[in-house]
Design a protein around this ligand. Structure first.
Ligand SMILES: Cc1ncc(COP(=O)(O)O)c(C=O)c1O
Length: 333
């Protein structure tokens, strides 16, 4: 957010100070990132402290109301355009999105037309496109970066978790040269942290990337991600309370509903998302639960195994998940 803002500041456009992002979404818990985040329970205690972004609806390929997905995407793009046009002229710094959703949506997907539409809106309103790949980047989706699935390159890319194989704390931002150069020419990025550029973290990050290249890890995610997805889809045919399976590669989300017909979420107080997680944990399987409808209702869990997971390990995971789902189903009868 600061790099995008400084880029415009250094270019003589200091009036650009607004960000646009999706609801629901998750971008982090600092006051800045929370301003972008669309997840009501996380925002509520800090409402009066954060500078909220302009929130626009995230496409929803499961609960869309229009005739089909293409019509839904056009409707969402129109709403987005209207929200951006309602801002004072030249006031938007950047549009920020997760190219594949994470914790707050249960791996909600975008599509090529949507991302191309957002890119076109950014160009029209003169703002940057920032993609948050903290979760989806570094191989998780079967490409090094999730944006590659849509073929639309962001101006600024945010990375973290996978850079340290999920174990070592390292994060980074990548930006196009024509954003970096003007900032460098004006004295450099006015930003820093005590541990920025930490040599041990950087060495770890390089080692992770090298090991991933040497061991063909991204290809493994692509191949085994398809297998994992097949298995999850098969579970959906057997459990009526699995409403949706979505995502790509090893970033898969499973949404729980009262029935596939109605798509009605469980009552929020039932806490289906934590119940299924506890049952799975007792069996030795870790899944990642959250609420998918703005954090206030809707239950999903993420299935995001290590990137070098083998087919036999997927089978073992699916066996445990199957048992957990059966036990969860017994709570409903
Ligand atoms: C998409 C996304 N963006 C940002 C973050 C926040 O990263 P951090 O906790 O390192 O600030 C997360 C963390 O879960 C995330 O999933």
């Amino acid at each position: 957010m600061k790099l995008a803002r400084q880029y415009f500041y250094d270019r003589g456009e200091p009036q650009r100070q607004r960000f646009v992002s999706l609801r629901p979404s998750y971008h982090g818990s600092t006051l800045g990132a929370l301003g972008l985040t669309g997840y009501e329970p996380l925002e509520r205690p800090y409402e009066d402290l954060i500078t909220p972004s302009v929130k626009v609806p995230s496409p929803d390929f499961y609960r869309f109301k229009e005739t089909d997905i293409p019509a839904h995407v056009e409707a969402v793009l129109l709403q987005t355009e209207a929200a951006m046009a309602a801002q004072p002229e030249g006031s938007i710094v950047a549009f920020v999105l997760e190219p594949v959703g994470g914790a707050s949506t249960g791996a909600r997907m975008l599509n090529k037309r949507y991302v191309e539409g957002i890119r076109a809106l950014c160009d029209r309103f003169g703002c940057l496109l920032i993609m948050d790949e903290v979760l989806s980047g570094i191989g998780r989706t079967g490409e090094w970066f999730a944006w590659q699935h849509w073929g639309v390159c962001p101006d600024i890319l945010v990375l973290a978790k996978g850079m340290g194989a999920g174990y070592y704390p390292i994060a980074g931002i990548m930006a196009k040269g024509d954003i970096v150069d003007p900032v460098q020419n004006q004295g450099g990025f006015m930003h820093g942290h005590t541990y920025a550029g930490n040599p041990l973290a950087c060495a770890t990050g390089l080692a992770v990337i090298r090991a991933m290249q040497d061991e063909g890890v991204v290809a493994n995610v692509r191949e085994q991600g398809a297998y994992l997805r097949q298995q999850l889809d098969a579970l959906k045919t057997r459990y009526d309370f699995i409403g949706d399976v979505r995502g790509i590669g090893f970033l898969q989300g499973v949404e729980l509903v009262q029935s596939q017909d109605t798509k009605a979420p469980f009552p929020a107080a039932f806490n289906a998302f934590s119940k299924i997680t506890e049952i799975a944990r007792d069996k030795g399987l870790l899944i990642y639960p959250r609420r998918c409808l703005n954090g206030v209702e809707g239950d999903h869990f993420l299935v995001t195994p290590p990137l070098n997971t083998t087919p036999a390990e997927i089978d073992e995971m699916m066996l445990l998940l199957d048992q957990a789902l059966t036990e969860f189903g017994q709570l409903l009868s």
